[in-house]
Design a protein around this ligand. Structure first.
Ligand code: PHE
Length: 516
């Protein structure tokens, strides 16, 4: 077949359709693979000025899972209203009704009150507190469908709509139902194909006349040698044309950054260690000389486990030292915190709140024979009972490093920090006095970001106190340098994101384009 005839069939089809058509649905209609259609017929028609493209961004509206469950039963306000009207009841005590609805409809309190407030807004019900408690009364016998309900009904016929397909008078309701998280909006790019005015009227004969370039050499042409005769008509390669986007699999940028951190530590002679995510409070807090009434240990800051609620403590000898250290300083030369230390509290299980809980465990490996200095790091997950927002997550990553060695000084620590951050890409590092219960002296570390032209606080550091090291037999002249930092802050800086949640609840477009 000649290329022209093949293209003419498609041209004819487009002439019949008359209006712009989405390329994907055209390829389905014609049963020609999309890529082939676009790089073949459509491309040639465009080249000779008979067709053109248009790209359009479209927002598709679909129901969320919650909304799908209302498709048949109705929105919560309707379901609750129907219950209210049962048995010719006209009024009811609000709190009793909440219980009834929880039992009969399995609606949680939140949903119940959403429903009630909608019913009030729609004026289906009225309420009064004159009895000292809230009562609600039916105000409309059989209220007609609200706009929000009409929107929901639309989705009985079709699972997704673009905004322009929604009747004008329901557009407002789309917004309110979106705010109720009953619909989601997804962006899609549509490629529309349309004939030019010339393309719309051209006949087969006229098409033959167009001196079309040859963009495909068929096997026939190769066999009978006719390709040679057409050399001057051969289409040139369009080297500037963009190919289709390839969304290939790749590493998540966070994984890459974690590996960079690992590389920096390895290059400085550190070895990676891992430790439990589910920890005894003992390692997370007590070993780090954090008193048992320290606010960070409260439930609202730390996730405690119900099961197992209790863990194991190490050898009696060590527990004894920690207990004495907290109570009166023991042999460390400190006066301790001066309270009665409880084994029960130390045994509680929790989700590790910092990776220092893991590096501290390393001290138990030190014996007289250990080769010093010992340099280890940990980069891993930690948990804090925080409400999540632009700058906070309840689960995040930390990086901790320690050096155990003889005669180490604060200058050694600063040296390690400067070198570490330099290798991480920060030229300027500044340390300031800081406080952590487990280090003395302690320092805050800030680095200078060239991109932002500002100093950023990056982490904490210090030398472990005798109150921390003695329990493990680590004593002067052996000392421990330690530092820790969050990973996500660093990642946000490197990836230029200002919402920390982007790193995990990935907007897929961003991940696709991220060249990190
Ligand atoms: N653990 C501290 C934090 O979570 C950081 C730190 C580690 C400070 C080691 C001093 C020494 O912020």
């Amino acid at each position: 077949i000649s290329i022209k005839t093949e293209h003419f069939a498609i041209l004819q089809k487009l002439q019949k359709i008359r209006k712009p058509i989405e390329a994907r649905s055209l390829s389905e209609k014609l049963k020609i693979p999309y890529e082939k259609l676009m790089s073949g017929a459509i491309f040639s028609l465009e080249q000779v000025g008979l067709a053109k493209f248009q790209e359009e961004e479209l927002e598709l509206i679909t129901l969320t899972k919650e909304a799908k469950s209302y498709l048949n039963l109705g929105l919560p306000e309707r379901q609750i209203f129907n219950m209210l009207g049962k048995n010719d009841r006209k009024e009811v005590k609000l709190l009793d009704f909440a219980k009834e609805i929880e039992e009969k409809l399995n609606f949680q309190k939140r949903l119940f009150f959403v429903g009630i407030s909608k019913m009030k807004k729609n004026r289906w019900i009225l309420s009064s507190k004159s009895m000292g408690y809230e009562q609600i009364f039916i105000n409309k016998e059989s209220p007609e469908k609200t706009e929000e309900e009409q929107v929901l009904d639309l989705f009985k016929d079709k699972i997704s709509y673009s905004l322009s397909e929604i009747p004008k008078k329901l557009r407002e309701a789309i917004n309110s139902i979106y705010n109720r998280k009953l619909v989601k909006k997804n962006k899609r790019i549509l490629r529309l194909v349309e004939l030019t005015p010339k393309g719309k009227i051209i006949t087969k004969e006229e098409l033959q006349l167009i001196d079309e370039e040859i963009n495909l050499i068929s096997s026939e042409m190769l066999k009978d040698g006719s390709w040679k005769k057409n050399l001057s008509n051969l289409k040139n390669y369009e080297v500037n044309a963009l190919g289709p986007n390839i969304t290939a699999g790749k590493y998540h940028p966070l994984t890459i950054i974690i590996n960079e951190v690992r590389e920096v530590f390895h290059s400085m002679g550190f070895e990676e260690i891992k430790g439990p995510i589910v920890e005894e409070a003992f390692y997370n807090f007590d070993c780090l000389f954090q008193p048992q009434d320290h606010p960070a240990r409260e439930m609202q800051d730390t996730f405690y486990l119900k099961n197992p609620a209790e863990g194991k403590l190490p050898k009696k000898k060590i527990v004894e030292v920690i207990k004495n250290t907290h109570e009166n300083g023991g042999t460390t030369g400190s006066t301790g915190w001066g309270y009665k230390w409880s084994e029960e509290i130390a045994k509680k299980m929790l989700l590790r709140t910092h990776t220092t809980a893991t590096t501290i465990r390393r001290l138990s490996h030190i014996t007289k024979k250990s080769k010093l200095p010992m340099k280890v790091f940990c980069v891993d997950r930690v948990f804090r009972n925080e409400s999540e927002d632009k700058t906070h997550l309840a689960q995040f990553m930390q990086i901790d490093g320690i050096v155990i060695g003889e005669n180490l000084t604060l200058s050694d620590l600063i040296g390690q920090l400067v070198e570490f951050y330099k290798r991480m890409g920060f030229e300027k590092v500044v340390t300031r006095p800081g406080f952590f219960p487990y280090t003395e002296p302690s320092m805050e570390i800030s680095v200078y970001s060239k991109e932002l032209g500002a100093w950023l606080e990056m982490g904490g550091s210090g030398m472990f106190r005798p109150e921390v090291t003695y329990a493990w037999g680590v004593k002067d002249p052996v000392r421990v340098l330690a530092w820790g930092m969050g990973l996500e802050r660093l990642a946000m800086l490197k990836l230029k994101r200002n919402d920390i949640r982007d790193l995990y609840q990935s907007p897929i477009e961003w991940l696709r384009e991220a060249s990190y």
